[in-house]
Each structure stands twice: as structure tokens, then as C-alpha cells.
Design a protein around this ligand. Structure first.
Ligand SMILES: *Cc1c(COP(=O)(O)O)cnc(C)c1O
Length: 358
């Protein structure tokens, strides 16, 4: 069977080269006579992979010396709790920018731990945009300011980031990390579940500024302290070794592609093809996001009627397009075009959109 055009929102497409490499190395990894999954996480062969993944991420995102890369588990969803447990101290405020379902979930967990505030919200307008940077309201005693860099469900993305000086800026970058170059220094903490742009599910990447590891976490369970994982090179307990191996392979692939600048240009080209199909359809396809807030990762759109959308999706399935249905909470259509989705898939979708309209 041919590989399909995979527009899944997450877990999502992986580069074919990465899968083929894993296939080739699966049964006997580097002459160990074992697969990577069967190696001890304390073995040199595994540790080399683990450290290469950390090194590659530092290189590709130009992560400064005063930051650490951590491999955690529990997905971005556990980060919602973990960041609040580590940083939301008594008398302080967790300040959240609400731009979609994931930010709502983040603040929900923050509320279970301490006091929260809303720095800005676009809920009133159905999350069709990112608030402008001068509309964010801060509190004097903010423990942190939290944003969601790309809103996977609504298809909006921050085009630039605020400069926050009074507290660490924390970002959930699950669905756009490594899709473009990043000024890491703007952030105290960046986290991302791997299953969109970085690899398979099972590993969560955190990039944390070292001074934040000093916060008082005496009351926090050991496994949920960032410090625990930092002090042990993310080997405090058994890490998801296969997921980290796959992450390493994906990072190698990104490097071979030319790094984040090249990837960003490709992503812009891919997104333009589909957004153009929307904009040139005389309103047959309507994008959910306002133009200035459009995501280059998740393109959300509707057809004139629910019936049309259903037919569009059913025909698409027959033609080998996978994952084009919108999130169950919003309906409509969504094309997730992460780093690993090839240009050809976007061209094929554009052609299908044009012919379906006719
Ligand atoms: C997918 C996603 C999550 C949830 O990630 P899990 O790893 O399933 O917990 C959180 N935030 C954003 C922005 C996402 O896209």
C-alpha cells in the first residue's frame, strides 16, 4: 500500500526517512544484538542517543548556555500541572493568555494549585485570533505569564512574542516547536509533547532557564520537580527510550533539511498553497482564523453547509487524504501540515479543494 496524505493533528506524520531508518535499525541496533527498546537506559549505546538528541535540539533552536533541555513524560497535559506546582507560589499569580482549548486546560490546572488571572482572551470572538501584544495585562505579582504559541484546534498562531520582564514567560509549543527559528531567551520555560513536530508520543520536551530550577519545590512530589530531571540529565527514572530515539532521528532529519530557517520557509510555502485555495474560492471555503493570526501548522476551514463539509471529508477519504476532519469540539475541516508533511500532500489537497468546489 502507498503511504496516504497524512493531515493528522497529533500523533501526526513522521518523515518517511526517519521511519525507514528506524526500520533498518530495529532488530539489531548498532551491533548490540538488540533493539534500542531492549537496551538498558544506563548503557552507553542508549546514552549516546539520549545525549545526541539533547545536543541536536540545542543546536537547532540555538538554545543558550543558561538553559537546559529535559525529557519528561505525561505529555503537555501534565506540564499544565507541573509548571504550576513548581512556580505558582503562595501570594503569586499564574497569568494566562487564553487563545483556545489548550490554554483553557492549562489555566484549569493552574487554578487547582493557586491563584490565576487572565492576561488576555479571545474567547468572545470564538478564538479566531491572537490578542495584540499591547493588550496583555500583567499583575505586579505574576509568578509567570503563560501562552500557547500555536492553537492546534482553532488554527491560530502567535506571529511574534511579547517581551515579558517582570516574570518568566512560559509557552506551550506542542504544535509548532521547531517549525521556525525561535528566540529562546524570551522564555523562562518552553514545553511540548513530541507527537506533532518532534516525533512519536511518549516524550515531552521542556526547555528551562537554569535559574528557575532554584525555585522552592519542597512540597512537590520528586517526579514532578523540574530539578529532579535536570540533576539527572533526564535519567532519574526510565525514560521513554524508543520515543527519544525517534526524536533523535527526527532532529537529525531537520538538520539534514537545513535547520529551522529552511524548515520555516518550506512551512510558509506549504501553508500558502492551502490558504490561497481558501482565499481564491469566492467564499466557498472560509478560514476560521483571522488572516493576521493564521497558523502555518493547522489550517482550519469550513464549507458553506455542514452537509458540504461531510461530503468533502467523505470524498477526501476515498482519495487517500487522512485526518482532515476538524477537532470534535469545533467541527468543519482542519489540515495539519507539520514539518514532516511533504509539499506534495499540500498540492494534492489544494487540487482536491479546487475540483471539489467545481
Ligand atoms: C496536543 C496538544 C496538547 C496536549 O498534548 P498531550 O501530549 O496529549 O498532553 C497540549 N497543547 C497543545 C498546544 C497541543 O497541540
Amino acid at each position: 500500500m502507498e503511504r496516504v496524505y497524512n493531515f493528522n493533528a497529533g500523533p501526526s506524520a513522521l518523515p518517511k526517512e526517519v521511519l525507514e531508518r528506524a526500520q533498518k535499525e530495529l532488530v539489531n541496533f548498532q551491533n548490540t544484538g538488540m533493539s534500542i527498546m531492549e537496551l538498558s537506559h544506563r548503557s552507553q549505546a542508549y546514552e549516546d542517543v539520549h545525549n545526541e538528541a539533547i545536543q541536536l535540539l540545542k543546536e537547532l533552536l540555538s538554545i543558550p548556555e543558561n538553559y537546559e533541555v529535559l525529557f519528561l513524560q505525561g505529555g503537555a497535559s501534565l506540564q499544565f500541572s507541573m509548571l504550576a506546582m513548581n512556580f505558582l507560589q503562595e501570594g503569586k499569580i499564574g497569568n494566562y493568555v487564553l487563545t483556545g482549548s489548550w490554554s483553557e486546560k492549562a489555566i484549569k490546572e493552574g487554578k487547582l494549585i493557586g491563584q490565576t488571572a487572565i492576561a488576555a482572551s479571545t474567547k468572545e470572538t470564538k478564538y479566531t485570533s491572537i490578542p495584540s501584544l499591547d493588550k496583555l495585562t500583567y499583575q505586579e505579582n505574576d509568578a509567570y505569564v503563560h501562552i500557547t504559541s500555536n492553537n492546534t484546534i482553532y488554527g491560530t498562531q502567535w506571529q511574534s512574542f511579547p517581551t515579558v520582564n517582570h516574570a518568566p514567560l512560559i509557552a506551550d509549543m506542542s504544535s509548532d516547536i521547531l517549525s521556525r527559528p525561535l528566540d529562546v531567551e524570551k522564555f523562562g520555560l518552553i514545553y511540548a509533547g513530541a507527537q506533532k513536530n518532534l516525533g512519536p508520543s511518549g516524550v515531552t520536551v521542556a526547555i528551562i532557564r537554569k535559574d528557575l530550577l532554584e525555585s522552592n519545590v519542597d512540597h512537590v512530589p520528586t517526579m514532578l520537580q523540574y530539578k529532579t530531571h535536570s540533576e539527572t540529565n533526564s535519567l532519574y527514572h526510565t525514560p521513554p527510550t524508543f520515543a527519544i530515539y525517534m526524536l533523535r532521528n527526527v532532529l537529525n532529519w531537520v538538520k539534514e533539511q537545513g535547520g529551522t530557517n529552511t524548515i520555516a520557509a518550506k512551512n510558509a510555502e506549504k501553508a500558502k498553497i492551502i490558504y490561497d485555495a481558501i482565499d481564491e474560492s469566492n467564499g466557498f471555503y472560509s478560514g476560521h482564523a483571522e488572516k493576521g493570526s493564521r497558523s502555518l501548522m493547522n489550517i482550519t476551514f469550513n464549507l458553506p453547509t455542514e452537509e458540504d463539509s461531510k461530503r468533502f471529508l467523505a470524498n477526501a477519504k476515498d482519495l487517500g487524504f487522512v485526518g482532515l476532519n476538524g477537532h470534535r469540539s469545533v467541527g468543519g475541516c482542519r489540515a495539519s501540515i507539520y514539518n514532516a508533511v511533504p509539499l506534495e500532500a499540500c498540492v494534492a489537497l489544494r487540487d482536491y479543494m479546487i475540483s471539489f468546489k467545481k
